[in-house]
Design a protein around this ligand. Structure first.
Ligand code: MIG
Length: 774
C-alpha cells in the first residue's frame, strides 16, 4: 500500500508530490506566472481549451522547508503541506489562492420533502443544491473580506460575481435570462479574483458539468466542484489584472484578427430568409433610408426542410446568383447552421453520416434520435476528428455559394426531447476513445465551430467568420459569439454590458448581443438606447424572433430612424479604431471591449461598475440603460477625459453628471489621445481606403495605426502597414513606420482643436509630405 511519506520528485518543471494518504498531486510549471495543479481521477487528460505545448523553460526552485514544500518561480510561490493543502502567493508573498482549512457549511434550509412538493405544486422552481455527495470533487479556497470575482464568460448578473453561484453546463435558455439563472449557453470555467487588491486567475480545465460558488454559501470560502474529470486547474499570476488575463489567453488562445467588414453593422431576423425577395427588400430599405450595412443573416428558413447544407430553391431561385448579386451591392449573407441533422433516407448528409457511423449513439450502439427543427434528428459526434473533417469538408457548400460565414445555433446541443438535453450516457468520441455525452457536452459547440472554422479557412483562404451560441474555454480561436436569446426588456440592455465585459475578460474579444432584444416587442426608446450602447460593441447585430414587433431602424418614427442612422455612421467612422484594437488584442490577449476594472484595478470605484465600458484604453462608453433617463452619472477614472460631443474636459477619478437626451450616448475620449476617423461609407469596402483622418483629443498624442488587406492571412507574414501619428508642441508628424502592404493612404488628415493638417503620400521617399495646414 501507499507507505510513502510526504515528499516530492522534481522532473523538469513537473513536481510530483507524495502524501501519507491519498493520491499524488502534480504541480506543472508552465511559465513563471502559470502553475497547473493536477490530481488524477482516472479520466482522459487531453484539453480542448489548450492547444499545443504551452510550457516554457522556466527557472524555479523546490525547497523542503520541513513543515511544507515550497515551489517558487519569479512570480509565484506554491506552498504544499502534508495535509494536501496548497497555498499560492505572489513573489512578494501576498496571498492569492489558499486552500480553505475547514468544512463546507451548507446554507440552512427550512424545507422538508412535503414542503418541497407544496412549493413545486404552484410552479416555483426548487433548485437542487450542490452537495458534496453529488459531485466528483470539491475544491474550497479561502475568501478574503473584500475579494471580488470576474470572468466566467457570459453568465447572468453583474460584473462582480462575488456572492453568486454558477453552473457550467451549456444550455438553451429560451426564457428570460435573469440573475437567478446559474447557466446559459456557454461554459468558460475561468474566474479572476483580487484578494486584498492582488490579482490572480483560476482556470478549471474540465468539460464535465461543474459548479462555482463565489461566496454565496459563505463569506469564508468559495468553491468549485465537478461531476467528473480530473482535478486540473491553472493558477494564473501576473503583476496586474491585465497580465493575469493575458496569461489566460496565452493558455487558451487569442481572438484572431477578423476581416474588417465583420466589424460592420449587421441586420438579422428570424423570418427574413423565407425568400430572396424578402432579403432583398431589407437591403433595399437600408439603401433607401441611407443606412450603412455589411451583413444580413439568414435564419433557418432558407434551408430545405431545415436540412443542414441545403438551400431551398423554391424560396431562393438561384441562391448562388442571389448571394453574388447582394455581394455586388456590398452586402454579405450569413447562413445559420444547426447541430441536429434530419433523419431522412433520401438526404445525403444523413446517409453519409449513418454509413460512416458519425452520429452519436445510445449505449446499445443504436443511433440516438432526438428532435430539433427538422423533426427527428441525429447529432454529429464532433469529438471524433474524422467527423470534424467531414463536417469541415461540407462547409465548402457555403463557401462555394459565396456565403460570408457560418452562424452555428442550437449547438449546446439543444434537443426538443429529454428535457432539452441529450441523455448523459450517449456515446461520443474523445479523439479515438469512446466516452459519454457527460464529458463532451460542453465542448460540442466548440468542436462544431472549430470544424466550421477549418472548413471555411480551407475553402476560402480568408479569415473565417463563425458565430456560435455555445462555447467552451478556447472557442475564441475559432468563433465569435453572441449571448443567445435575450429579450426586448430594459434589464437585458443592462445585462448586455457585464455579459460582454465578462466574455471579453474570458478571452472572447469578439462578441455581441442581439440589439433591440431577440424575444418580446421592443420599443423605440429601448431600440434607440440599445444601438447607442452597442456603437463600439465588437459584434454589432440587430436580431429578433419571428412574430415579435419589427425592429428594423425604420420600424418606428422618423426620430428613431435618424438616431439609429447617426450611430451607424458613428460606428463606421470608428471601425478603423476598432480594427486597430483587434490587431492589438491578437498580440496582447486583452479584450477590445472591457470593464474599467481591467485598466484601473487599484481604483475601487471600478470594482462594481456595471454600466460602463472601455474600448481599448482610450474610449469610455457610458450608455443610458434606463427608460426615461436623460441624464446619468458617469465614473471617469484617473486622468483627464474629453466629452466626445462637445470637447468639455473633465478631471477623472470622480463621478460627473452628464446630459443624455435621447439622441446622445455619453461618450468620452481620454485627453491627449489620437483616434483614427474613417470615411463615411455604406459598407466596408474590399478596396483599400484612399484616405484616413486622425482626430486629436486634447493637445498632443501619439498613435500607431495598423492597415492590411482586411481579409486573409497575409498579415501573418508581415504584409501590413503601420502609421505613426505624432502631435506635440503644435508639431504634427505622420510617419509610415512599416510599409509591407502595398496600398497606402494617398491622403492623411490630422485634425486638432485648432488645426487641420493635410498630408500626401510621396512614393519616392515612401513617406508623407504635409501639403497644407489651416
Ligand atoms: O429559438 O433559428 O438563438 O438567434 O433566431 C430557436 C431560430 C432557435 C435560436 C437562436 C436565434 C435564432 C433561432 N434559434
Amino acid at each position: 500500500m501507499n507507505n510513502q511519506k510526504f515528499g516530492y520528485q522534481d522532473d523538469n518543471q513537473k513536481i510530483t508530490l507524495d502524501f501519507a494518504t491519498g493520491k499524488e498531486i502534480i504541480l506543472n510549471i508552465i511559465t513563471p506566472e502559470i502553475i497547473e495543479v493536477f490530481e488524477d481521477h482516472g479520466c482522459a487528460t487531453n484539453s480542448y481549451a489548450i492547444e499545443g505545448n504551452k510550457k516554457q523553460p522556466t527557472d524555479y526552485t523546490v525547497t523542503d522547508c520541513g513543515d511544507h514544500i515550497e515551489v517558487q518561480t519569479t512570480a509565484l510561490i506554491g506552498k504544499v503541506y502534508p495535509d494536501r493543502k496548497i497555498d499560492f502567493y505572489d513573489a512578494q508573498n501576498h496571498p492569492l489562492v489558499l486552500d480553505y482549512r475547514g468544512e463546507r457549511q451548507m446554507l440552512p434550509t427550512d424545507m422538508d420533502d412535503e414542503h418541497r412538493n407544496t412549493v413545486m405544486s404552484e410552479g416555483h422552481a426548487v433548485h437542487a443544491k450542490a452537495t458534496p455527495d453529488n459531485v466528483n470533487f470539491e475544491i474550497l479556497k479561502s475568501l478574503a473580506k473584500d475579494e471580488v470575482f470576474y470572468g466566467l464568460g457570459g453568465k447572468t448578473g453583474f460584473l462582480n460575481k462575488r456572492g453568486y453561484e454558477y453552473d457550467n453546463w451549456n444550455t438553451d435558455v429560451p426564457v428570460l435570462h435573469n440573475d437567478s439563472q446559474t447557466h446559459l449557453y456557454k461554459s468558460i470555467p475561468v474566474v479572476y479574483g483580487m484578494k486584498n487588491g492582488y490579482p490572480y486567475g483560476l482556470f478549471f480545465d474540465d468539460t464535465y458539468k461543474s459548479h462555482f460558488d463565489l461566496g454565496k454559501e459563505s463569506d469564508n470560502y468559495y468553491f468549485y466542484s465537478a461531476v467528473g474529470g480530473n482535478v486540473d486547474y491553472y493558477v494564473l499570476g501576473g503583476q496586474t489584472l491585465q497580465a493575469v488575463v493575458a496569461n489566460y489567453t496565452y493558455l487558451t488562445g487569442r481572438t484572431p484578427l477578423p476581416q474588417k467588414w465583420m466589424l460592420g453593422y449587421q441586420q438579422s431576423r428570424w423570418g427574413y430568409s423565407i425568400s430572396d425577395t424578402r432579403v432583398e427588400d431589407i437591403a433595399d430599405k437600408f439603401a433607401e433610408y441611407d443606412l450603412p450595412l455589411d451583413v444580413i443573416h439568414l435564419d433557418i428558413d432558407y434551408m430545405r426542410g431545415y436540412r443542414d447544407f441545403t438551400w431551398d430553391t423554391t424560396k431562393f431561385t438561384d441562391p448562388k446568383a442571389f448571394v453574388q448579386k447582394m455581394r455586388e451591392r456590398g452586402i454579405r449573407l450569413m447562413p445559420i447552421l444547426d447541430a441536429g441533422v434530419k433523419v431522412d433516407d433520401k438526404y445525403d448528409i444523413y446517409k453519409e453520416g449513418m454509413a460512416k457511423g458519425y452520429f452519436v449513439t445510445n449505449p446499445d450502439g443504436s443511433v440516438y434520435i432526438g428532435s430539433v427543427w427538422p423533426g427527428d434528428s441525429v447529432f454529429p459526434d464532433f469529438g471524433n476528428p474524422d467527423v470534424r473533417a467531414w463536417w469541415a469538408k461540407h462547409i465548402k457548400f457555403f463557401a462555394d455559394m459565396g456565403a460570408c460565414g457560418i452562424w452555428n445555433d442550437m449547438d449546446e446541443p439543444a434537443n426538443f426531447r429529454a428535457k432539452g438535453q441529450l441523455p448523459d450516457d450517449l456515446v461520443f468520441h474523445n479523439g479515438q476513445e469512446k466516452t459519454t455525452h457527460a464529458k463532451m457536452h460542453n465542448v460540442f459547440g466548440h468542436l462544431q465551430s472549430q470544424a466550421a472554422y477549418e472548413g471555411m479557412k480551407a475553402a476560402t483562404q480568408q479569415r473565417p467568420y463563425i458565430i456560435t451560441r455555445a462555447a467552451y474555454a478556447g472557442t475564441q480561436k475559432y468563433s465569435t459569439v453572441w449571448t443567445g436569446d435575450n429579450a426586448a426588456v430594459w434589464s437585458h440592455l443592462q445585462l448586455a454590458i457585464p455579459q460582454l465585459n465578462g466574455l471579453g475578460m474570458s478571452g472572447f474579444a469578439f462578441a455581441g448581443t442581439d440589439i433591440g432584444g431577440f424575444q418580446e416587442d421592443t420599443t423605440p426608446e429601448l431600440l434607440t438606447r440599445w444601438v447607442e450602447a452597442s456603437v463600439l460593441v465588437p459584434l454589432m447585430r440587430n436580431h429578433s424572433i419571428l412574430g415579435s414587433r419589427y425592429q428594423e431602424p425604420w420600424s418606428f418614427d422618423q426620430q428613431t430612424l435618424d438616431i439609429y442612422r447617426k450611430y451607424l455612421n458613428l460606428r463606421y467612422r470608428l471601425i478603423p479604431y476598432l480594427y486597430d484594437q483587434f490587431h492589438q488584442a491578437e498580440t496582447s490577449g486583452l479584450p477590445v471591449m472591457r470593464p474599467l476594472v481591467l485598466n484601473y484595478p487599484q481604483d475601487r470605484e471600478t470594482w462594481n461598475l456595471n454600466d460602463q465600458y472601455l474600448v481599448g484604453d482610450n474610449i469610455l462608453v457610458a450608455p443610458i440603460v434606463n427608460q426615461g433617463a436623460t441624464k446619468r452619472m458617469v465614473y471617469l477614472p484617473a486622468g483627464e477625459w474629453v466629452d466626445f460631443w462637445n470637447n468639455t474636459e473633465y478631471a477623472g477619478q470622480r463621478y460627473v453628471m452628464v446630459d443624455a437626451p435621447l439622441d446622445t450616448l455619453p461618450l468620452f475620449v481620454r485627453k491627449d489621445t489620437i483616434i483614427p476617423w474613417g470615411n463615411k461609407v455604406m459598407h466596408v469596402s474590399d478596396e483599400p481606403e484612399k484616405m484616413m483622418t486622425f482626430k486629436v483629443y486634447g493637445n498632443q498624442g501619439t498613435y500607431c495605426h495598423y492597415q492590411d488587406n482586411g481579409q486573409d492571412f497575409k498579415y501573418q507574414q508581415g504584409e501590413f502597414n503601420e502609421y505613426v501619428i505624432n502631435v506635440a508642441n503644435d508639431q504634427i508628424e505622420v510617419q509610415l513606420q512599416k510599409h509591407d502592404f502595398k496600398p497606402v493612404y494617398q491622403h492623411i488628415v490630422v485634425e486638432t482643436a485648432t488645426k487641420h493638417a493635410k498630408f500626401t503620400f510621396d512614393s519616392e521617399s515612401d513617406q508623407y509630405r504635409q501639403v497644407e495646414t489651416n
